[in-house]
Design a protein around this ligand. Structure first.
Ligand SMILES: [Zn+2]
Length: 415
């Protein structure tokens, strides 16, 4: 398979996946439905079918719609350590995601790309896009997201399988593939069949800009703060009513505004109020707390407690309670303890001619959960950008860089 054929295969596969609706649904996922949507079951079945049609015999579609498949080692490399590659096939619900119509801008000339509904991609305010002049750029038509997150990763892994099967002269050990639902709802690894996975290391192929590798993510907690007031007719309320709506809004207003998602980047953590609801009698505020540092996270958890106490003091007769839930942990410590996993990835990218740098993820990945469960899992770039939006785009050349890195990674693991 020459470069052009391989690139075309990657492109065709990607736009085919992008056109299949597979949004996950946070409220349904939070209520325990898994996968959270039926459309994810359809794409899981299609993926399992496609992998079999490529000639892969070891394909499992598990009862929770995880797809696990193995590419056997080439002769003589059966004893090389197995490694895994993982990508999620659901897309985000932050923008419409059904009826995606991928638009291919071949050899893009650098003119702003106009989409429906007044949306546009303008290199003047997107330096990464600006650096991709001459690339084949893939966008939606503006009515939906594109779903490069993470169908670029899915397409990359499946095209790797196709390539290795077509090229038995490329030596490699056993390779495991994991395609999973519901990453976007934060439940992606809730039911992962760990007992079916044999690799001691995995890589999620779920990043962005070419060359970006990720071994670090936030520590993440959710805090649910309940405010209990005392309801009374508003005409007879003086000195007796305690308004939970006022308590909840006073609490949210007391959060440090300079430590919000919209005011931070890089290594700065934040408090993010994501929901507030209620009435005079009771109200609830939900916060996401994020920090790369454990001590920083402890400080944030304490701050929430102190601010909650302060609201109680300001609203005599009212009650405030705080419930905390850990969502995921920074994977850095566990990945630092197994440095060869990142070293192989860096070497693979270098062999593919791609300079790399480490980037802290201001979120979590399925890899952070897998790492917690004992399988160290850094994250690899895909060439997708502007995730979760109608202006999401991908560069075919960068996606091809991902594929070449994966091919080199397969070689590195056989050494
Ligand atoms: Zn993703």
């Amino acid at each position: 398979m020459n470069d052009d054929l391989l690139k075309n295969s990657l492109l065709n596969r990607f736009v085919r996946y992008a056109a299949i609706g597979s949004q996950s649904d946070m409220p349904r996922a939070d209520s325990g439905i898994f996968p959270s949507t039926d459309c994810q079951k359809d794409i899981a079945k299609a993926l399992a079918e496609e992998l079999r049609s490529l000639g892969i015999e070891d394909v499992t579609l598990d009862p929770n719609f995880y797809v696990i498949a193995r590419i056997p080692a080439t002769p003589g490399f059966e004893r090389a350590p197995s490694f895994g590659l993982s990508a999620h096939f659901d897309t985000a619900m932050d923008a419409p995601g059904d009826n995606v119509k991928p638009q291919i801008h071949k050899d893009w000339n650098g003119e702003p790309i106009r989409l429906e509904g007044g949306f546009a991609l303008d290199p003047a305010n997107d330096p990464i896009l600006d650096s991709c002049r001459g690339h084949t750029i893939i966008t939606s038509d503006g009515t939906t997201l594109l779903g490069a997150d993470d169908k670029a990763g899915v397409a990359g892994i499946v095209t790797l399988a196709e390539y290795l099967i077509a090229h038995p002269e490329v030596s490699h050990g056993p390779i495991e593939m994991l395609f999973s639902p519901d990453e976007e709802t934060g439940h992606g690894m809730d039911h992962v069949p760990l007992n079916l996975l044999t690799s001691k290391a995995f890589y999620t192929v779920d990043g962005g800009q070419e060359g970006e590798l990720e071994t670090e993510c936030f520590n993440a907690w959710k805090a649910e703060i309940e405010f209990t007031g005392i309801s009374l007719h508003t005409g007879h309320a003086r000195g007796r009513m305690v308004n939970a709506v006022s308590m909840a809004s006073a609490f949210v207003a007391s959060l440090p505004a300079q430590e919000s998602p919209e005011a931070t980047d890089g290594y700065y953590g934040f408090y993010a109020p994501i929901n507030i609801e209620g009435s005079i009698e009771s109200a609830k505020a939900t916060l996401f707390l994020r920090d790369f540092d454990r001590a920083g996270m402890d400080r944030r958890l304490e701050t929430v407690d102190v601010l909650a106490k302060a609201i109680e003091a300001r609203f005599p007769g009212g009650k405030v309670s705080v419930k905390r839930t850990m969502q995921y942990l920074n994977m850095k410590q566990k990945l630092d303890a197994a440095p060869e996993i990142l070293a192989k990835l860096e070497k693979a990218a270098a062999n593919a001619g791609i300079p790399t740098h480490l980037n802290p993820i201001r979120g979590g990945t399925d890899g952070s959960r897998l790492t917690e469960m004992g399988i160290p899992t850094p994250n690899v770039f895909t060439g997708g950008h502007n995730y979760h939006s109608r202006t999401e785009w991908a560069s075919l050349e960068q996606m091809y860089g991902m594929l070449r890195t994966l091919i080199e990674l397969a070689k590195c693991w056989s050494e």
